[in-house]
Write a protein that binds this ligand. Structure first.
Ligand code: T3D
Length: 262
């Protein structure tokens, strides 16, 4: 049987491909388990400098697999505890992505719905195929956005757009998502993976300490005052200013050559 998560190591780039195309790569507990393990492995593996996440087939990810939510056994008085599902599966996944000290490129190859849309938005740089759509599908089944969606939508788009997307469940085209600043860039469908791999390799050649510092400082900025953020920058710059990569960067500039970061 095909693995439900494909993991490929190509030099410094670890590519994770959600592989349940017949269900538009919807999340199951097993997919959560494999994704979490792969992210932990990427964090520990010195060869990995960038993680690239995409989906197999025509969809990126349709959120929770609703086939796993269909049947409440007859006579059971208690409904399923979805809070427990978030606590055990979705929240740890989001935290693992946010806390990974390496860039995550997400290539949204098709529809991204429910938690699948919000999972995509935790990429550090998100590219989407022109035909892709982002759908806060939760409202259609009586739920609210999760997997950090209320946070990401509000921070990236503001309350007006966040509320309208969440309350209507209307699809947002990839082009509109890019125009609104929800994602980095839209790419022609057939060029998506080439562009995503090129971007991942470009990032892999950047100084890893600076990339990690940028990621955590920009995350901190969403809650910090300017004053606090100035301190974050001071501390970060102090740390990475001691690195070999900084010495190499300055030397390369002065010698008018391309830097070679370790
Ligand atoms: O439960 C908890 O743990 C709490 C956490 C919840 C997080 C969530 O993500 S809740 C939201 C769950 N997701 C959705 O509500 C989205 C459901 N899917 C759709 O609305 C549509 O499939 C799409 C808009 C994403 C795509 O539409 P379309 O027309 O392009 O494709 P389709 O025909 O609907 O789907 C293709 C197949 O995938 C189809 O199977 P079939 O009929 O060919 O055998 C469909 O049933 C299956 N599929 C799509 N999404 C899901 C799914 N199967 C299970 N779960 C899905 N989420």
């Amino acid at each position: 049987m095909e693995p439900i998560l494909l993991v490929a190591q190509d030099g410094p780039v670890t590519t994770l491909t959600l592989n349940r195309p017949e269900r538009l790569n919807a999340f199951t507990q097993d997919l959560h388990r494999d994704l979490r393990a792969a992210l932990a492995e990427a964090a520990a593996n010195n060869q990995c400098r960038v993680v690239l996440i995409t989906g197999a087939g025509r969809g990126f990810c349709a959120g929770q697999d609703l086939a796993d939510r269909a049947v409440i056994p007859a006579g059971e008085s208690q409904r399923r505890d979805l809070g427990a599902s978030l606590e055990s599966f979705y929240n740890p996944l989001v935290r693992a992505m946010r806390n990974l000290p390496k860039p995550i490129v997400v290539a949204v190859n098709g529809v991204a719905a429910g938690a699948g849309a919000n999972f995509a938005l935790h990429g550090d740089i998100v590219l989407a195929a022109k035909s892709a759509k982002f759908i806060q599908a939760f409202i259609k089944i009586g739920l609210m956005p999760d997997a950090g969606g209320t946070w990401s939508l509000t921070h990236l788009l503001g309350e007006a757009r966040a509320k309208a997307l969440a309350m209507t469940g209307e699809p947002l085209s990839a082009t509109q998502a890019a125009d609104w600043g929800l994602i980095w860039r839209v790419v022609e469908d057939e060029a998506l993976m080439v562009e995503a791999h090129t971007l991942a390799r470009t990032l892999a050649a950047q100084p890893s300490g600076a990339l990690a510092a940028i990621k955590s400082a920009i995350h901190a900025a969403s809650v910090n005052s300017l004053d606090a953020q100035l301190n974050v920058e001071r501390d970060g710059q102090r740390e990475i200013g001691k690195s070999d990569d900084y010495l190499e960067g300055v030397a390369a500039f002065l010698e008018k050559r391309a830097p070679k970061f370790g």
